[in-house]
Design a protein around this ligand. Structure first.
Ligand code: FES
Length: 83
């Protein structure tokens, strides 16, 4: 079975307070819109220990920093573009 690519949003208190909460529905919608539900697993996790560069998101092994509603789509495309 194909392993799903993981999108992990930091929901530690710093990233959560700085806007990651608003990104949850945006990421869900992106996955739905692009029909990636069977290829991508999306979940939240606790602090990535990079709070000062947050809000943070991991796609596979790559960490994206200072994620905002404005750049989230671009980062998702970068991280998942080959799917
Ligand atoms: S709370 Fe997100 S890196 Fe610490």
């Amino acid at each position: 079975m194909l392993r799903k690519r993981k999108v992990i949003l930091c929901l530690g208190s710093s990233c959560f307070a700085r806007g990651n909460k608003e990104l949850i529905p945006m990421i869900r919608k992106f996955i739905e819109r692009k029909n990636l539900a069977d290829k991508v697993e999306f979940k939240g996790d606790h602090c990535f220990d990079h709070c000062s560069n947050g809000p943070n998101m991991m796609i596979g092994t790559r960490m994206f920093h200072q994620v905002t509603p404005e750049n989230i789509e671009q980062y998702l495309k970068e991280g998942l573009g080959d799917l």
